[in-house]
Design a protein around this ligand. Structure first.
Ligand SMILES: Cc1cc2nc3c(=O)[nH]c(=O)nc-3n(C[C@H](O)[C@H](O)[C@H](O)COP(=O)(O)O)c2cc1C
Ligand SMILES: CCCCCCC(=O)C(=O)O
Length: 376
């Protein structure tokens, strides 16, 4: 149960839109700049929130819904809620336990985690902390494909249930907050654990390599600006796990992803961290859904903060959402307890939003829950 509902004031705010300011007061300034930062002028980050705020839900009365069913089935896996934790790199910048604390909180709330390639804990450590709790692996395909193949093999061996390949950051966005603080977690060795623990990566280093040499090699091979759709087809041939492509905003790219072997797509602006001035993810979502048809899993992220936001995304065609920065702010504020608090707030808010719109389950959610200016 949420602390606030147990008759005590919670340790952290239950206002999910206020977490960023709260975290900004306690996190190390450079870590906060890394997590909260966006590309360029911040226009895409703001547009992400504005798109959700511009939509209005229409409440419906006396539907007799005691508790709405929030469960959803994705790739044959039944999830209690249409929410997964978005892959956010280098979580040790927020708390020393990093992704291990996050995944324990995720398990306690039933929310699967998508682990970043650039996690600060290895994918095996996180699998162990997760126990049997479902988790997916996000892949940045390295320019050294043998390392990429090794990461996929390790994810399969450690029980990750899907591969989410991110395609929107082959060139890193221009991020003033990071540039101004002169700080990158990766260049200090945080967020490269999946590489330094990888036998194929290590084979490319001299036997006596020090930490600096490992960071330099990571910087050389960890991403690949020359990626094309053919590389997705290659990746498809490497694994039988469900394969999702993250970072899609154009319906033609969604079609291309499917043509090259993807099983699903994630509509995302990377939280406004890549192309400044881009269309928001919520604006793109209906066109992407229309392009792929009703049977292909479509997830979305970028700007989701509240339960009503999740409902709006589902109404516009998402099967599920990835929840991003707020849980890392929870991690920065109170470790695993903070993540759990944030998730319990979100899930309680979502269940209430469903019931208040008169929906007994997610299957009842559609464009009709949104005001379109004509309520006749
Ligand atoms: C600090 C930070 C690190 C991120 N690291 C990754 C990553 O390693 N891989 C990835 O695919 N996306 C990454 N993302 C993007 C998120 O997965 C997600 O798309 C984004 O956070 C959604 O925006 P929101 O948090 O504002 O809702 C990162 C985002 C942030 C804020
Ligand atoms: C060299 C690529 C760094 C990407 C870092 C992780 C990420 O997706 C983000 O910070 O955003």
């Amino acid at each position: 149960m949420m602390e606030g509902l147990a008759g005590r004031a919670p340790r952290l705010t239950t206002d999910l839109t206020a977490l960023e300011a709260a975290a900004g007061r306690v996190m190390a300034p450079e870590a906060f700049a890394y997590v909260s930062g966006t590309a360029g002028s911040g226009a895409t980050g703001r547009a992400g929130r504005a798109a959700f705020e511009a939509l209005r839900l229409v409440p419906r009365m006396l539907r007799g819904t005691r508790r709405a069913d929030t469960s959803v089935t994705l790739f044959g896996q039944r999830l209690p809620v249409p929410v997964l934790l978005a892959p956010l790199a280098a979580q040790q910048v927020a708390h020393p336990e990093g992704e291990s604390a996050t995944v324990r909180a995720a398990a306690a709330t039933g929310v699967p985690m998508v682990l970043s390639t650039f996690a600060s804990r290895t994918l095996e450590e996180v699998a162990e902390a997760a126990g049997g709790h479902p988790r997916w692996f996000q892949l940045y395909l390295p320019s050294d494909r043998a390392v990429g193949a090794s990461l996929v093999r390790r994810a399969e061996a450690s029980g990750y249930g899907a591969i989410v390949v991110t395609v929107d950051a082959t060139h890193l966005g221009f991020r003033p907050a990071e540039l101004d603080s002169g700080y990158s977690p990766f260049l200090r060795g945080t967020g490269i654990a999946n590489f330094t623990s990888d036998p194929v990566f290590r084979a490319g280093l001299p036997a006596d390599a020090d930490a600096t040499q490992a960071v330099l090699r990571w910087a050389q091979i960890s991403t690949d600006p020359t990626l094309t759709w053919e590389d997705l087809a290659w990746l498809r041939g490497l694994t039988r796990l469900p394969l999702l492509v993250k970072g899609i905003l154009h319906p033609d790219d969604a079609r291309l992803a499917l043509e090259h072997g993807a099983d699903g797509v994630v509509v995302s602006t990377h939280g406004g961290r890549q192309l400044d001035g881009s269309v928001s993810a919520l604006e793109s979502l209906p066109a992407v859904r229309a392009a792929v048809g009703s049977d292909v899993p479509v997830l979305m992220d970028s700007g989701i903060r509240t339960g009503s936001d999740v409902l709006k995304a589902v109404a516009l065609g998402a099967d599920a959402v990835l929840y991003g920065r707020p849980y890392v702010y929870g991690l920065g504020l109170d470790g695993g307890r903070g993540v759990e608090h944030v998730l319990r707030c979100l899930l309680t808010d979502l269940a209430l939003a469903l019931a208040l719109t008169g929906c007994a389950s997610l299957a009842d959610v559609g464009p009709h829950v949104l005001a379109n200016g004509d309520l006749r």
